[in-house]
Design a protein around this ligand. Sequence first.
Ligand code: HEC
Ligand code: HEC
Length: 266
Amino acid sequence: MLRSAFLSLLFCGSLASTAQTVSSEAFKLPKGPLNQLSGQAFLSPSLKAMQSDASTNPISLWLEQGRSLWTGTAGQVSCAQCHGAVETMRGAATQFPKWSVKQQKLINLEDQILTCSERTPRPLKSLENAELLSLSALLHLSSAGLPFQISPQEEIQQRWQLELNAGAKIFTTRMGRMNLACTHCHDLNIGKTMRADVISPGHPTGFPIFKLSWQSMGSIDRRLRACYSGVQAEVPAPGSPELRQLELFLKSRAQGIPIEGPSLRR
Ligand code: HEC
Ligand code: HEC
C-alpha cells in the first residue's frame, strides 16, 4: 500500500505531463509494446535530429579521434597493425561481456580495449578515459545493426550461467534509500516520467552515450552507476563484477534488438 503510493508520487502517471516537464516539444512514444524499444525511441525530436546530423552530433568528433587512435602513428604498434581495418572488427562488440579464462572474470568491450592498449606504446589508464571511450564508440559503430551474440563457449557454460543469474538477481533486488530494483523502473514503469526523463526499458544498445548533461561520452558503467546513485544506493566502482553481471543480463534481455552504435542522450 505504502509502496504503491510512493511509486505513484515518484512517477508522473501520464505522458501529458511528460510533454510539460521534458520540454514543450511534441514528444510521442510509438504505439504498441514499449519493452522492445531502444533508448533512441525516447529521445526528444530535437535530440533525434541532432543524432542523425553528423555535422551537429558531438559524437562525430569522438569517432574521428577513435579512427586516428585505431590507425596510430606510422612505425608504432597500433590497433590496426594487429587487427587490420576497423571494419574487419564488425561483430566484435556483439560478443561482450565474455568470460575471460585468463583473467577469471567477465570482461566487457572497454576492459578488452584497456588490455589491448597495453600492447601498444599508449597504454590507457582507466575505463572512463576519453581515448578509450572514443575507441569503444568506433567499435560499437562498426557493429551497428547487429544484435548481441553473447552465448558462451561450452567449456565455460556453467560459470557463465552463474554470472548471468547473478545479474538477473541484481536487476530484481531492491536497493538504496528508495528501495527500488532496476525492474521497478525499466520493466514496470516504461514510458512514465521521472524528473525530466522518460523511462525506457534500459536496453544496452546505444552505448557508449554522449550525454548532454555530462558534456561527455560515458560508458555503460557510468550510466549504471548513475542509476544506483538515482535510488541512493551505494555505487559500485567502475569495472566491478556487479556491473559486468548486470551488463551480461541486460544484453541477454535485449536479445534480437540491434546495436545502434554510440548515441546521444539528454
Ligand atoms: C528509479 C528509477 C530507476 C531505477 C530503479 C533504475 N533506473 Fe536505469 N534509468 C532510469 C532513468 C530515468 C534513465 C534515463 C532514461 C532512460 O533511458 O530510461 C535510466 C537509464 C538507464 C539505462 C540507459 C538506457 C539508454 O538507452 O540510455 C540503462 C541501461 C539503465 N538505466 C539500467 C538500469 C539498471 C541495470 C538498474 C538497476 C541497477 C537501473 N537502471 C535502475 C531510472 C531508473
Ligand atoms: C600486439 C597485437 C595487438 C594489438 C596492438 C592490439 N590488439 Fe586487440 N587483440 C589482440 C589479441 C591477441 C586479441 C585476442 C584476445 C586477447 O588475447 O586479449 C585481441 C582482441 C581484441 C578485441 C576483441 C576481438 C574479438 O573479436 O573478440 C578487441 C575489440 C580489440 N582487441 C581491440 C583492440 C584495440 C582497440 C587496440 C588498440 C588500442 C588493440 N586491440 C590492439 C592483439 C592486439
